[in-house]
Design a protein around this ligand. Structure first.
Ligand SMILES: Cc1ncc(COP(=O)(O)O)c(C=O)c1O
Length: 384
């Protein structure tokens, strides 16, 4: 067999998927590994697309997506964050947030470049950097309640640093970043010639407090690359609609990478995306009301079990510590699954700084959460 991309040797299936695959064959299991809303896509979106598919031709769109969808995205950022992004040439509609991230890294990374990320961290970033021959530099946020510290960042930046990546509301910890933290980080960004990549995939799933977008900081606009999408906000994971925002100069280059990858995003899905933003703007609020009830419930149950967690203010995950049990998060999760059929993700799936924690998704019914908490409680009081 001819030799493959040698960087592939350093990439493996993410720990989140590994657990989800294990649980798939287990009857009577409760899956708390889920990284997607348990709600269905709002009806108005499905109806619009059904009609459009019947009535319209479904041809390629502009490489950057339909102007009407880009305009809706631009209006969303202008209204919510007072951030002006020109729909004509500063926005690209992508195949989910995933393709936006891939497009960004493929546009900016040369072999040997370093990307700084705050960990524990979503499983989807480092492998892309690795495939490109870049290096990921992880900074541990656990000592500061999973919120990055500007000093830590300042010390980590070297001549090799090409970009810093931020993700908040954060997967897996559920933390949101306060304005003061962002001010301090921006202060550091301004001193260095580096890109700032921000994944705000869960911005609309801010459960408490406010999401402060880096798009509100004009002083870093020229090297800020923002990723967002509708997968989480509108329960649209399968539609594959995401986007990226950047300066005109950057979007010109990013468009080249995006277009040779996929020409454009699926046309029916773009119609769905436009409908989501213009006709279902309240969908996230309705889902968030449910998430908050579930979060409060599971947080309470976990603390009663002695599993301490930082109260998540965004996304739909909680990340309790299991350090008191002195075993690896993988062994803990596998044993829990085998003995109780409750599936959680080992914290180590989110880098070495996630070791000693587990991720529980509350994107599942209250009934499931209650049953899972009962089983976990029983398990933890068992002779182990
Ligand atoms: C932080 C984060 N970014 C990006 C994605 C990928 O989103 P999409 O489904 O839009 O590709 C996910 C999915 O779980 C995520 O958690």
């Amino acid at each position: 067999m001819p030799q493959l991309n040698k960087n592939l040797e350093n990439v493996s299936v993410p720990g989140t998927r590994q657990m989800a695959n294990r649980v798939a064959d287990m009857p009577d299991s409760i899956d708390l590994t889920l990284g997607q809303p348990d709600f269905t896509t709002p009806q108005v979106i499905k109806d619009e697309v059904t009609t459009a598919v019947k009535d319209r031709q479904m041809k390629y769109t502009h490489n950057r997506g339909t102007l009407e969808l880009r305009t809706a995205i631009s209006n969303f950022y202008q209204k919510k964050y007072l951030a002006p992004y020109d729909p004509k040439d500063e926005i690209i509609v992508t195949n989910g947030g995933s393709e936006a991230l891939d497009t960004i890294f493929r546009t900016i990374i040369n072999p040997g470049d370093e990307v700084i990320m705050f960990a524990p961290i979503y499983t989807g970033y480092a492998p892309i950097v690795t495939l490109l021959g870049g290096e990921t530099v992880l900074l541990d946020t656990a000592p500061a309640q999973f919120v990055p510290e500007a000093d830590q960042l300042a010390q980590a930046i070297t001549d090799k640093t090409k970009a810093v990546l931020l993700n908040y509301p954060n997967n897996p910890t559920g933390t949101i970043y306060p304005r003061g933290t962002l001010d301090a980080l921006v202060h550091v960004f301004k001193k260095h010639d580096i890109f700032v990549v921000v994944d705000e995939m869960y911005s609309e799933n801010t459960l408490e407090g406010e999401h402060f977008s880096l798009t509100s900081y004009p002083e870093i606009r020229d090297r800020l690359l923002t990723v967002n999408g509708l997968s989480k906000s509108h329960a649209m994971t399968g539609w594959r609609i995401g986007w990226l925002l950047g300066s005109r100069e950057m979007v010109e280059k990013l468009t080249l990478v995006h277009l040779y990858n996929s020409l454009c995003t699926s046309t029916p899905s773009q119609i769905a995306g436009y409908t989501a933003l213009t006709e279902a703007p309240d969908a996230p609020r309705v889902m968030n009301e449910e998430y908050v009830k579930r979060r409060d419930y599971i947080y309470q149950r976990l603390s009663e079990m002695g599993l301490d967690a930082v109260l998540p203010k965004g996304a739909f995950y909680i990340f309790p510590s299991i350090k008191r049990y002195n075993e690896s998060s993988f062994d803990f999760a596998v044993d829990l699954l085998e003995k109780t059929q409750v599936a959680v993700v080992p914290g180590a799936a989110f880098s070495k700084y996630g070791e000693g924690y587990i991720r529980i998704s509350f994107a599942t019914s209250m009934e499931n959460l209650k049953e899972a908490a009962d089983r976990m409680e029983q398990y933890l009081t068992m002779e182990r």
